[in-house]
Design a protein around this ligand. Sequence first.
Ligand code: GLC
Length: 417
Amino acid sequence: MQNKQNTNTLNQWMSNKFGLFIHWGIYSVPAQGEWVRFFNDIKLEDYDKYANQFDPKKFDAEKWADDAWNAGMRYIVFTTKHHDGFCMYDSKHTDFKITNTAYGKDITAELVKAFRNKGFQIGFYHSLVDWRHPHFIPDLEHPDGKYGQTDFPDRDLNIYREYLYAQVEQLLTCYGKIDVLFFDYTSQYKESSEWQAEKLLEMIYKLQPEIIVNDRLSYDKTPVFYGDYCTPEISLPNQALTIDGKLVPWETCMNMNDNWGYHAVDQNWKTAKTIIHALIHCASMGGNLLLNIGPDALGQFPTASIEVLEELGQWIKIFGHTIYGCNSSKFKPPVGCYYTQADEKTLYLHMINPLMGDLILPELDGLVKNITICKDGSEVMMVTTWGKELLLKDELRIRPPKHLSRDMIDVLKIELK
Ligand code: GLC
């Protein structure tokens, strides 16, 4: 059941290519990632105290939007509620929410306003899983089920489902046009029937006809695929994604260190180069990259994340046009390189590492009009007078000039005849 094809929102999202994932909630106070309650066996009443402590005085939605925009991101997916059940918006259906904290304001509303003004598409992450609601049915991935308890006679799933629907309904009626809904998640112990996925989607598409919904309303994607796009996580697929032989829109979500929510001692930061490489990889296969930041309890992006954003921005400023709106190419790139394709006649060749010398382009002999270096427009020579004995019949040998970057991923523009 893939519902959307070629709608404006979907096309815009696929063309935007690069998104900002934000994992932010009261778990930023214990500062050990968003699963802290589960992993540290924190009792419900003890966890609640983090809501009393949460007061992000330094939060500045406009600054976040500026930082993300300058880094090249063009859509946001924000955790309106994570598994802990705490609502980062003014929920009408629970008291466990941001407007009941010392901070007092609706953070989701502030973010929507700032990011929408800047030009981002707006996405809501919403957790299907709820570790706090008394009628959610626990499994092994829930604090009350992790030691194997399976019998929960006092719990009534219908009540939880009503709550979930009411929450989603509010999110889709009170914040204007929402472009993306990212549900998380259906565990391997659950069925899509727990959420009555079909009915839920019906309500969602009725409230927001253009919205796209991710694939996590079920654990398996077959025989029924609920939603509009796939979400591989912390990994890069080797090829464009298909379900039942048909291409599906997709997005890889990736964290910058080893956690989604703020973790004070996790300093395993990926470099900007690694992230740009991942973005190119996704774009070359027709997919998106959703890169995460876990802001701290005061409402600040970690310093290391800001540094990465700045570096991404330097690259995007020069090479953004080789990513946005581009797609995969049918041509085979040279070893260690990637192609993105802007239109029938325009290929971009991304060189991840400094070159060893001449580049050999498979399949392109006789098809190329000219090749230039994206950053300065200078010409790249085609080597036609010698060294031909190395080449297969359809290969083309080119000699990029020596001023290609040694530490930045450089890009060539190939115009076809
Ligand atoms: C997983 C985790 C969750 C995180 C998400 C991001 O489902 O449970 O903590 O929010 O991945 O995709």
